[in-house]
Design a protein around this ligand. Sequence first.
Ligand SMILES: [Mn+2]
Length: 181
Amino acid sequence: MNKINNGPVALVHFDAHLDTWDTYFGAPYTHGTPFRRAREENLFLDNASMHVGIRGPLYSRDDLKNDASFGFKIIHCDEFQTEGIDKIVQRIKKRVGDNPLYLSIDIDVLDPAYAPGTGTPEIAGMTTREIVNVIRGLSGMNLISADVVEVSPAYDHAEVTSLAAATIIYELTNLFAKKKL
Ligand SMILES: [Mn+2]
């Protein structure tokens, strides 16, 4: 029987952007601020949470410093080039351990070549092959929740982005299915 988790979770957040800004164009509740607000509610484990695929432009000089002070670590998108998928998977597993894991995937972590249908695309992103294999590598972790966000069909071409998002969600359901009970 699964134990129900009521406490803070390890966030593994795939995104080109940190999403830990205090405000975005003056507003506290936006798509650039969710993890700052959630962290203020003590929803994350400080010693087990991280961003993966970061490469977006910074909003202020203090973005990286603030983000680190909230307890998040960062795997920069360029590290996929230098380290490869297996090493990145090991780093995520080491950081999270057996803690309850919440995977949040912003589709803009992918390169716009694979996911053009999104509001804030950033070049030099992950490939669909990389993200699918990273997700498969996380099999066996204590996954309790996952989401895929920021798909914007109005900007999509030939349903490329929707295909990527749907396949990522399929891979996530496989992780839940393979979870040890
Ligand atoms: Mn983003």
